[in-house]
Design a protein around this ligand. Structure first.
Ligand code: SF4
Ligand code: SF4
Length: 450
């Protein structure tokens, strides 16, 4: 508890952090306070306040390290407002490793700061639901009934959703329209390569993705098979732990990481493919996250080294499957965890350029987060909404007919905001577009299917 941590004094300075991975001094010292990151930070862009910028947050951590401030509500709010988008990492000329700092801060805050009861309950509810595919499927079934029976329309007509707390309202608004979709059958454990086999890969099907955007994994499996990959789908895989890390629940997240390693290790594949950029960034970081675990640290490093976004594995394989034309103007939305965390801007664009007739357009402010950021749009609904509105405005300005992206959270967030603004654009994972081009089955509908 914070009281215990503060009570322990060293050099007469009150201690704010506990001894379990406090923010590391060498990481903090990498910041030379130049301010190049400020204009790329979404919260600084919205509010123009130093303490809600990367440089300001680093200064706040240093102040706590020196015992000059404690974990007050105001102090914690500056870190709760951080999206973890890592735009600051891309912008920083000094090589700041901000992801390690914000991860350390989130788990310190979770352990040492006593949140108000309502917040604690909501956070626990998110952790207990969104990282558990079985529970999510039950939630999806209830949501499907709520939408199919017309209850959602009725609730909106009677303005009943306005009675919900802001966070639950955001959750209701972000849920995709499941009434028109059949629940997808799970993928089989092995899908044969077409033609001569070029790789054996394992596919991460995710938790939120496996329930709300399961068509993405099915499309990815078909594309990989068409390009000569045998696809293995471990049936006992669970959540990668990314959502729990966002919530600062480090111990629980690491338990999930160990289970993922146990599930994928026996497959002995060439690569582990992950369609969800947010999960991909965390999977690639398992080696660091499990650095203290003698039983898992080497295995985690080996696991992380195999993890790839689909665009990375396909870049190694010259296209073999013929593509049918898709004559659409497609705007690519870069997920933060693809462009900033994994440094992958060009590879997904290169995949889309293999589709004849497809016109790729760039979005203004493409480095800026859409406001989804894991569960940020549920925890900080107002800021998430403002950023989502800004993203939608930028998308519409390009006159794109379809939005392509590479992360289910972005897909749900942008789709919900487009729908709310009456825009009929469809938001797809770029692997869905590739799949439709390779299969030639039907034409891509530009309409938003929410
Ligand atoms: S992670 Fe994103 S929101 Fe947080 S400080 Fe960096 S740029 Fe700003
Ligand atoms: S760009 Fe890097 S070094 Fe400069 S203020 Fe931001 S984090 Fe610090």
């Amino acid at each position: 508890m914070i009281e215990e941590a503060v009570a322990t004094a060293v050099d007469n300075k009150p201690r704010v952090f506990d001894d379990h991975h406090p923010p590391a001094a060498d990481l903090l010292n990498a910041c030379v306070h130049c301010g190049f990151c400020l204009q790329t930070c979404p919260t600084y862009t919205l509010w123009g306040k130093e303490m809600d910028s990367p440089r300001g947050r680093i200064h706040l951590i240093n102040m706590a390290m020196d015992g000059e401030v404690g974990l007050t509500e105001l102090y914690v709010s500056h870190f709760d407002h951080c999206l973890g988008c890592l735009a600051c990492v891309t912008a920083c000329p000094s090589g700041i490793q901000y992801s390690k700092l914000i991860e350390a801060m989130r788990s310190q805050v979770e352990r040492l700061y006593h949140r108000p009861l309502g917040e604690r309950i909501f956070r626990r509810m998110i952790a207990a639901t969104f990282s558990r595919p079985k529970r999510l499927r039950k939630l999806a079934a209830a949501l499907r009934a709520y939408q199919s029976l017309g209850l959602q329309r009725l609730a909106h007509t009677l303005h009943l959703t306005g009675l919900l707390p802001e966070s639950l309202r955001a959750m209701e608004r972000l849920m995709p329209d499941l009434s028109a979709k059949e629940s997808s059958a799970p993928l089989p454990s092995r899908i044969a390569a077409q033609g001569e086999k070029r790789r054996t890969v394992a596919l991460v099907t995710g938790c939120v993705q496996s329930v709300f955007t399961a068509q993405v994994s099915a499309a990815a499996a078909r594309v990989l098979a068409a390009e000569g990959c045998e696809v293995v789908v471990p049936q006992d895989q669970g959540c990668c732990g990314a959502l729990l890390l966002d919530l600062g629940q480090e111990k629980e997240a690491l338990d999930m990481a160990r289970k993922m390693i146990d599930a994928f290790e026996p497959t002995k594949v060439d690569a582990i493919v992950v369609n969800a950029a947010g999960c991909g960034a965390v999977l690639k970081d398992y080696g660091y996250l499990l650095r203290d675990d003698p039983k898992y640290c080497d295995r985690a490093m080996a696991f992380s080294a195999k993890c790839k976004d689909p665009s990375e594995i396909l870049a190694e394989l010259p296209p073999r499957a013929p593509r049918h034309p898709i004559a659409l103007r497609v705007g690519f939305h870069d997920p933060c965890h693809l462009q900033h965390a994994q440094g992958l801007r060009e590879p997904p664009r290169a995949m889309l350029r293999t589709i004849p007739g497809l016109q790729l357009v760039e979005l203004p402010e493409s480095a800026l987060c859409c406001g989804s950021a894991g569960v940020y749009n549920l925890l900080q609904p107002e800021t998430g909404y403002q950023l989502g509105e800004r993203k939608v405005h930028n998308i519409v300005s390009t006159h794109a007919q379809v939005v392509a992206t590479g992360n289910p959270g972005c897909q749900l967030q942008i789709s919900a905001l487009l729908n709310e603004k009456g825009q009929q654009l469809r938001v797809m994972h770029y692997m869905e577009l590739l799949d439709q081009s390779i299969s030639g089955n039907g034409s891509v509908q530009a309409r938003n299917h929410r």
